[in-house]
Design a protein around this ligand. Structure first.
Ligand SMILES: [Zn+2]
Length: 213
């Protein structure tokens, strides 16, 4: 479907760039504290504010940034629009996306590393965005603190028109825009893949990660 007549604004950059604007499926990824959720919340909020388009935010049930009815990113960006919380299974494909895209023009899914959908299921969800000409934004961590890929994020990237990989300020050397990995502060053995507690994980650049900081 033709998407050239959209007018979309972003609070940081003004109008979205042409690649974002012409995409049905976009994935924002990177390590902890890189601004992925902030980008998504600002984007949806600005679309809602500056256009007559309807926006929806979908969150996994492990999301920890809900404060009353305002969704707040770790960097403090707020989202106050319509939210759907997934069930305990965190299956995006459990939602009826044909109905969702009838009502909403821009749908964001945050913390996609928690999703349990298969590759085929993520594909089907992205196909609904394409069929209807609507836009689906994914946001989530690419790898855990052992550098193992999160499968759902990989699937989302596989079916995206555009992938934007953000970098964070390194917690080791303080270099801006250099951290590409996430490291865990504690060494408890039984929670090797769950990333919830914001203070337990921090971003590091390549050299700090491998020097054991
Ligand atoms: Zn560093």
């Amino acid at each position: 479907m033709n998407k050239t007549n959209k007018t979309v604004f972003d609070s940081d950059t003004g109008r979205l760039n042409k690649r974002e604007e012409s995409s049905n499926v976009v994935t924002y990824t990177g390590p902890m504290c890189a601004g992925k959720s902030t980008k998504l919340y600002k984007l949806l909020s600005c679309i809602s504010k500056h256009t007559k388009k309807n926006v929806l935010l979908i969150l996994p049930n492990k999301h920890d940034c809900i404060n009353d009815k305002v969704i707040i990113s770790r960097a403090g960006a707020c989202y106050t629009g319509v939210v759907v919380l997934l069930t305990e299974f965190n299956k995006l494909s459990s939602l009826k996306f044909d109905d969702i895209f009838q009502k909403y023009d821009y749908v964001g899914v945050d913390e996609i590393q928690f999703l349990s959908d298969t590759s085929d299921e993520i594909y089907e969800v992205t196909q609904e965005a394409r069929k209807t000409g609507k836009t689906l934004f994914f946001s989530g961590l690419d790898r855990d603190f052992k550098l193992k890929k999160f499968e759902a994020t990989t699937y989302a990237m596989d079916f995206s028109d555009l992938i934007v990989r953000y970098k964070a300020r390194c917690d080791g050397c303080d270099e801006e825009n250099s951290a590409i990995y996430t490291k865990r502060r504690t060494t408890e053995k039984n929670q090797d893949r769950i990333l919830i507690e914001k203070t337990a994980y921090y971003p590091l650049c390549h050299s700090c990660y491998h020097s054991g900081k």
